[in-house]
Design a protein around this ligand. Structure first.
Ligand SMILES: Cc1ncc(COP(=O)(O)O)c(C=O)c1O
Length: 446
């Protein structure tokens, strides 16, 4: 697999050319990576009008992922989520999206920028912030009952806790109704490379975004927007959609990193991934034998339902931190760890040694944080509320007021209330549970 972007930049860095172009560091500086940080000079192609080395590299990625087409983003999945929704609106001429509620905040930003109508798909068995299972039956019912079909159904899979939606069945339902399926696969770029590929595109999704940087060895910000072969939007339209939400100066460090990753995906990744999946499964068995409660997840996440084992996730994260281990995410219930093949055997050994014995006896009943939250009243459009004048209030005083910006902790950046929704007592309880004390609400006119 060729690496045209990396090769071009390396040749340029070695050429001794006098840089009278941007960036201002001129290839020299204290970070050590400046020489490889270039801009759209002759021969370097241009991401949003790509027809040279960047287009070649994207074609390599598409071949590796088995997608119809793949496009690079240096602005993470946050950029791709917006582009994907914009494309769905453009392609269908419709302005509504049905979305499982556990969206990342980039979805809310997209809904505001695009003035989308969002119909939320709520979980059927009690509200959990990070998990929103959608069954084919409930999706079918929702699509049958609507007067106007949406531009797309939008799912987050895997979610932050590693749960996967039944994409194959949900895609069948979408296609039965002639509706596009969009998947926020930010956490699942690796899924295509498992022994049994289960990337959303393998299972019938039409468009999806992957944060390459979350599970592959790619610099932060590197992501893909993938289109299934059945999606006929012209390249120009896709590039334009990405350009609207990205900088005109995408980082060539990130682009080289995506380019180099193709070579890794083409050579040793599948083997190393299989070994890591086995290693994680072995650690999971050891921890479960020690009494830890581990929910079923996608294979590359190690999630401890810590509170069910008698220790809040946040306390467990502190304990790991004292042992020189930093987790991906912790809340009162869960601790989320995201190993990859780039972790060494020594890392796994340190982790197993640093985890204490669970505080609760083995077999303790598992009680996840389930709230009885009624779907909030939407008092304003998302766009109107997000762009309104706002004031920050303590949660207790925000009850009865309209949420302006989705108050979230990042990670996981999943909104409890969405812009435009009236904050009820039930939502206030969820905010308090997750330790969020204040919320921006729409300023009332005096
Ligand atoms: C589910 C989900 N979607 C989208 C994003 C945004 O991804 P990025 O950080 O690549 O912009 C994140 C980031 O954490 C995420 O967790």
């Amino acid at each position: 697999m060729e690496t045209p972007v990396f090769d071009f930049v390396r040749r340029y860095a070695q050429s001794g050319t006098v840089r009278l172009h941007m960036p201002g560091h001129k290839g020299r500086g204290p970070l050590g990576c400046e020489a490889l940080d270039i801009t759209e000079i002759k021969g370097a192609d241009s991401l949003y009008e790509a027809d040279g080395i960047l287009a070649q590299s994207e074609q390599n990625a598409a071949a590796l992922f088995g997608s119809g087409r793949s496009f690079y983003s240096a602005g993470g999945s946050s950029q791709c989520v917006k582009a994907m929704l914009f494309l769905a609106m453009q392609m269908t001429g419709r302005g509504t999206v049905f979305a499982a509620r556990n969206v990342h905040r980039s979805f809310v930003h997209a809904a505001a920028l695009l003035d989308l109508d969002v119909h939320w798909l709520w979980p059927e068995d009690g509200y959990q912030l990070l998990h929103c299972p959608v069954s084919p039956q409930s999706l079918c019912r929702a699509l049958e009952q609507t007067d106007v079909l949406p531009a797309a159904v939008y799912l987050t899979s895997p979610d932050y806790l590693g749960h996967l939606q039944p994409i194959r069945q949900l895609a069948q339902v979408c296609h039965q109704f002639g509706v596009l399926l969009l998947v926020d696969n930010a956490h699942g770029a690796y899924l295509h490379f498992l022994e049994k590929p289960c990337h959303p595109l393998d299972l019938g999704a039409d468009l999806c975004c992957d944060s390459a940087h979350k599970t592959l060895p790619v610099l932060t910000g590197g992501a893909y927007l993938h289109l299934a072969s059945s999606v006929s939007a012209p390249d120009d339209m896709v590039r334009q959609a990405l350009a609207i939400f990205g900088s005109t100066s995408p980082s060539y460090l990130i682009l080289q990193s995506l380019d180099l990753c193709n070579q890794y995906l083409d050579t040793s990744f599948r083997r190393e991934l299989a070994q890591t999946v086995e290693r994680i499964a072995a650690l999971r068995s050891t921890l479960s034998a020690r009494g830890w409660v581990l929910p079923e997840t996608e294979p590359m996440k190690l999630v401890l339902h810590s509170s069910a084992s008698g220790i809040p996730g946040t306390a467990l994260a502190d304990l790991l931190r004292k042992n020189g281990i930093e987790c991906e995410f912790a809340d009162p219930d869960y601790l989320v760890l995201m190993p990859t093949p780039q972790n060494s055997e020594a890392d796994f050994i340190r982790l197993a040694a640093a985890l204490p014995e669970p505080a609760a006896p083995k077999g303790t009943q598992v009680v996840p944080a389930l709230f009885s939250v009624a779907p909030p009243v939407q008092a304003m459009r998302i766009r109107e509320a997000l762009f309104s004048s706002a004031e920050e209030l303590p949660i207790a005083q925000a009850v009865g007021r309209v949420c302006a910006a989705p108050a979230v902790s990042c990670p996981p950046a999943v909104p409890i209330a969405v812009s435009g929704e009236v904050i009820g007592e039930d939502l206030a309880e969820v905010f308090s549970y997750y330790g969020i004390d204040t919320l921006p609400v729409v300023r009332e006119k005096s």
